[in-house]
Design a protein around this ligand. Sequence first.
Ligand code: GDP
Length: 366
Amino acid sequence: MEKLYCIGCGSVIQSEDTSKPGYVPSSKLNEENEDIVCRRCFRLKNYNEVTPLKMSSDEYANIISEIGNKEALIVMVIDIFDIEGSLITQIPKLTNHNDFIIIANKIDLLPKSLNEPKILHHLKKIISDNELKPMDILLMSAMKNKNIDFVIDKIVNYAEKKDIYIVGATNVGKSTFINTLLKSYASSQKDIITTSFYAGTTLNLIKIPFGENFIIDTPGLINDNQITHYLSQKALKVVTPKKEIKPKVYQLDSGQTLFFGGLARIDFISGEKTSFVCFASEFINIHRTKLEKADELYEKQVKILLTPPFEEDEDFPLKGHIFNLKKQSKQDIVLPGLGFVTVSGFIKLKVYTRSNTTPYIREALI
Ligand code: GDP
């Protein structure tokens, strides 16, 4: 069949995958097929709303590297709750070292008492440990509208006359952020997409007028080590926290185990009794048991008592990593995509996560 193109974004029309560019339900394709608009452009045009698009690393590199040929400001949105999982470390290289800033989203999830300079201090360290050198690091909550005006002022300032490219891993809140921007600052623009078609390029990205500049939404990168990659929609809903996290505290003796549903497990192998302060979605079942019973419990209860995962989730084995903590100060055991557990003292742990994510230790965020 002859290829059809969306008149909004220029993507090839397809009816197979709703999360890929150019999607139109097959029932909407008729014989004439003139002036066809993909579902994403339709929503943007009619409701001023962007929907997330997703892409694997290979496709992503192709798309993003085209930005390297342009004068651009790159805005990388990351998830404060999954910092390392959502940093796209290859961005500077892919974009030919265009100017870039990092915005950490979802700060509403952290305790209100936490001061922003302290989080920024931690973020700076993690970001520089990953060899990234952004011009600035900002904090916001796109969903709760926190710091949005400040963030927009900064973006406009750094952008000068350049186009603004919003990049991010999937699930960081990139679409929520762009929709917030559209609601507040671009809603008076009519016919956003007919003026936005990137004619003659293979960069089928939507370009949205934004004051004197344009904002360009890019697909979300699916990081192989992100949990979004291997959880069902149902499980993802459960593990993605929606409001301020109230930590759950467990006093553990060595020889005890904590399960985070069936997605992660911490064995306390040796050390003095200590507290495990767990920051995770309130809907993940945290379950304490004896270490000697943990294997059997997992075998029998995964997807039953230990949820998520649920029936519809693929099975992934848990893989353990030994950590010998040798500091009196507080440290976080990071369970990528799920949250973190703050501990202190000289303790030996075995931390299990699903085999495509790797747990690690950092200085306590809180
Ligand atoms: P995208 O894949 O990066 O475009 O992410 P979405 O905008 O679709 O958001 C992913 C999930 O994070 C959704 O469940 C959103 O409701 C949630 N989310 C987005 N922004 C925020 C925020 O500022 N705070 C919180 N708590 N959740 C958010």
